[in-house]
Design a protein around this ligand. Structure first.
Ligand code: GRF
Length: 231
């Protein structure tokens, strides 16, 4: 007898997504996971903000969500370890094989990062190592760079560092504003994050001397340059 259509496919990698807001990258991964041959499934979403818009998006799809509100913990350094312990407890309740940071706006303790080492990934809206931290699009415009983009990387204790899995580049156009540039980058984020998650789920990623090799296809990690409307 075949399983009912709604039963989870346990051959697929279980993924937990951590969000703080809109959750459009989470949505891109959820959309990709609708394809029958996509190798991962989102088993839970965790937010540090109860008002994160992405929570409703996940719930509408029947994905279980949990909130670990950072405001329930002491402000500053004193709250970091207890918050991360509660966050880890929430994440572990879903028994994930991969933890995906998707606009999760909290700095994680080294203890949390170590706990999920090798199975914790992040997307950052710049071509790292350029522009780690916040306000990447504004800073890219201020610097006058001609090429900008986004990066999916393994998370290490150093903020916005860690072995680079996949990048996509976009041009910075004359007359760009923070809004137009961020929209161009975001479209690429939605393209590369599901792909990187799939590679992880297919066990194709190997980190060697701080660099990521994509097994079976040495050229696929080369960043594509996507001009608006172009190929
Ligand atoms: C994205 O630009 C991501 O790269 C950054 O925060 C933003 C989150 O957007 N880390 P969303 O919540 O996925 O829509």
């Amino acid at each position: 007898m075949s399983a009912p259509a709604s039963s989870p496919d346990r051959s697929k990698l279980a993924v937990v997504v951590l969000i703080s807001g809109r959750g459009s990258n989470m949505e891109a991964i959820l959309a990709a996971s609708d394809a029958p041959d996509y190798p991962a499934r989102v088993v839970g979403v965790v937010s540090n903000r109860p008002d994160a818009a992405g929570l409703a998006t996940a719930q509408a799809r029947g994905i279980p969500v949990r909130v670990v509100n950072h405001k329930d913990f002491p402000a500053g350094e004193a709250g970091r370890a207890p918050f991360d312990a509660a966050l880890a407890e929430a994440v572990d309740s879903f028994s994930p094989g991969l933890v995906v940071l998707a606009g999760f706006m909290r700095i994680l303790t080294p203890g949390f990062v170590t706990r999920y080492e090798g199975r914790l990934v992040n997307i950052h809206p710049s071509l790292l190592p350029s522009f780690p931290g916040l306000h990447t699009h504004r800073r890219a415009l201020d610097e006058g760079v001609r090429v900008h983009g986004c990066t999916v990387h393994f998370v290490t204790a150093q903020l916005d560092h860690g072995p680079i899995i996949l990048q996509a580049a976009v041009p910075v156009l004359d007359g760009d504003s923070e809004a137009t540039l961020s929209a161009r980058v975001l479209a690429e984020e939605h393209r590369i994050y599901p792909r990187a998650v799939a590679w992880f789920a297919q066990d194709r990623l190997r980190v060697e001397a701080g660099r990521v090799r994509v097994a079976g296809s040495p050229t696929t990690a080369v960043a594509a340059f996507h001009s608006p409307g172009g190929a």
